[in-house]
Write a protein that binds this ligand. Structure first.
Ligand SMILES: [Fe+2]
Ligand SMILES: [Fe+2]
Length: 381
């Protein structure tokens, strides 16, 4: 069973008072919202109907459809990936070698490989926690969305998200050295979304921002990893996620067309704040202390590195076009457009590329191009 490492002191034995280890792993969010029945069973939303039919036909099983007998050696996986992509292990963090007085100046290749293994575990851990967030948010949507087709579709997404939690938890448990706790920016956004009584903000925060970012991150990992089980798992998960983002867009377009200006402005600001929180997540704050480096130092140095900026921008390549489709970019004299310009991500506004298509050519090369590290020889195979 995957148990995230406890950050607090260990639990107590049964005859002691105080919280048990089980208690310490629980985390409640208090929310007040309307659970909506509908007595209108007419199905008038064609897009949602089609999506629901597709979802029912696209179910898969973590236990049967993935080959869990595949042996995984994390270090070998990282070395193979570096060979195949030409990107040295540990990028973009490795670009800190270019910084004068760098805290990683003395690291050798083996340390970078170890760091990259943990970086992969940290990314997969955030995928896992994000998937649990998606599971809870989608259950909320089933309760609170007013249309019967959206409740039907949402119910299939609840199953999808449970399957994704199961898949990432099992992969981390069986194939990776450790599971990291949830990133505080991701948790803060999940809490914000779940506390809000307005169901459309659950869609906007989860289905548009978090899932959009996840789809881009899954695509990057799929485009770089050479590990067959992980590739297989990401492909299955991404096929589901593409439907989830579509669910958010279809549902929100319906109500955002008629939203009063002041309410729409709140949605623009919410979308920006959600993006800003997720931008901070990419620094992997939960990872660095393990390697004896304080996060404060990383927060100062890493965002200035062009390879880190290139990676961060790519992660927004799915969110920006979806905000445009919802009319969020240009409302109120383009307030959100300006924010995205400041973040350097507005160029994605018309991107229709699939998440897979942005992997090798668009992600790998820019990340490498800005590094002065030695490029490993290309894989001859
Ligand atoms: Fe998911
Ligand atoms: Fe999802």
């Amino acid at each position: 069973m995957t148990i995230t490492e406890l950050q607090t002191a260990g639990g107590n034995s049964e005859n002691q008072t105080g919280p048990t280890e089980f208690d310490l792993l629980m985390d409640s969010v208090r929310a007040e919202f309307d659970t909506q029945f509908t007595w209108d069973y007419e199905r008038g939303h064609d897009g949602l109907n089609r999506l629901y039919e597709k979802a029912k036909r696209s179910q898969w099983n973590v236990s049967d459809d993935l080959d869990w007998s595949t042996p995984v050696d994390p270090e070998h996986m990282i070395r193979l990936q570096a060979e195949a992509t030409g990107i040295p292990a540990g990028m973009p963090a490795r670009s800190l070698l270019d910084v004068k007085g760098s805290p990683v100046a003395s690291w050798n290749e083996d340390q970078w490989v170890d760091f990259a293994v943990h970086s992969q575990a940290a990314s997969l851990s955030q995928f896992l926690h994000g998937e649990q967030g998606a599971l809870l948010c989608t259950a909320r949507l089933v309760e609170s969305v007013p249309w019967i087709e959206a409740k039907y579709y949402g119910a299939t997404q609840v199953v999808d998200e449970a399957r994704h939690v199961e898949a990432f938890a099992r992969y981390l448990d069986e194939k990776m050295p450790t599971t990291y706790p949830v990133n505080e920016n991701l948790k803060s956004l999940l809490d914000t979304v779940l506390r809000d009584e307005r169901w459309d903000l659950v869609y906007l925060g989860m289905q548009v921002v978090i899932e959009g970012l996840a789809l881009a991150a899954f695509g990057l990992m799929l485009g770089t990893t050479q590990e067959p089980l992980l590739k297989q798992m990401l492909k299955y998960v991404m096929a589901d996620e593409a439907r989830h983002v579509a669910f958010g867009i279809l549902s929100l377009q319906e109500i955002y067309d008629d939203l009063p200006a002041a309410d729409f402005r709140e949605r623009q600001e919410f979308a920006y704040e959600a993006c800003d929180m997720m931008r901070r997540r990419t620094l992997n704050a939960e990872l660095w202390p393990r390697f004896g480096i304080e996060n404060a130092e990383i927060e100062t140095l890493l965002p200035r590195q062009s390879s880190q900026q290139a990676l961060q921008r790519l992660l927004f390549s799915k969110i920006v076009p979806n905000c445009k489709k919802l009319g969020l970019l240009d409302h109120r004299d383009g307030w959100l457009r300006e924010r995205f310009q400041e973040m350097g991500v507005i160029q994605y506004e018309d991107w229709e590329n699939t998440a897979e298509a942005l992997t090798i050519g668009d992600a790998v090369e820019p990340i490498f191009a800005n590094s002065t590290n030695d490029r490993p020889p290309p894989n001859e195979d």
